[in-house]
Design a protein around this ligand. Structure first.
Ligand code: THU
Length: 162
């Protein structure tokens, strides 16, 4: 037996002003887009923003009365990127959320669910280069990973299908 360790590098930033300007703009767009989420069942309004060249693409979670039909903001983002911006390099992705449940706050950074991690990972592999991901709430701390792959160690991927 050998015990091993995995190390994941990430940055913690106290607030949005600590980011370089293009990333500030990206995160601000994600925070603003939370208002466009369709989340009447959970009241948990999630948004993503991706920087694609000159463009910032934002998307939100889209719920449904049949709960499992709902889509997370991250997977709506991937649908838009892979169709409307096919093959364009994505420079960074930012996530935010506004928890509108009673007495809730929206300060702690959000991180993508397991299903979305799997989807995001394959998207990064298709892009062929690391995509930084910023995780945050409406205010306060930001956690920035330099690659999506760091969100999902021991992942399943196409290599295992060979
Ligand atoms: N949700 C996202 O959109 N992204 C995440 O990373 C976590 C959860 C959505 C799904 C559902 O609409 C609501 O947040 C509550 O789980």
């Amino acid at each position: 037996m050998s015990s091993q360790q995995l190390t994941i590098n990430f940055d913690r930033l106290a607030d949005i002003t600590q980011l370089p300007l293009p990333l500030q703009e990206l995160l601000a767009a994600a925070r603003k887009a939370t208002a466009d989420a369709y989340a009447p069942y959970s009241n948990f309004y999630v948004a993503t923003a991706a920087r694609v060249g000159e463009h910032i693409v934002t998307t939100t979670n889209q719920e449904n009365a049949s709960f499992p039909v709902g889509l997370c903001a991250e997977r709506t983002l991937l649908s838009v990127l892979t169709t409307q911006y096919a093959h364009a390099p994505v420079e960074a992705i930012a996530l935010s959320y506004h928890n509108r449940r009673a007495h809730a706050d929206s300060h702690a950074p959000i991180s993508p669910c397991g299903l979305c991690r799997q989807s995001l990972l394959e998207f990064e592999q298709r892009m062929g280069r690391p995509i930084p991901i910023l995780m945050s709430g409406m205010t306060g701390e930001i956690i920035m990973l330099h690659a999506i792959k760091d969100l999902l160690p021991f992942s399943f991927s196409s290599h295992q299908l060979k």
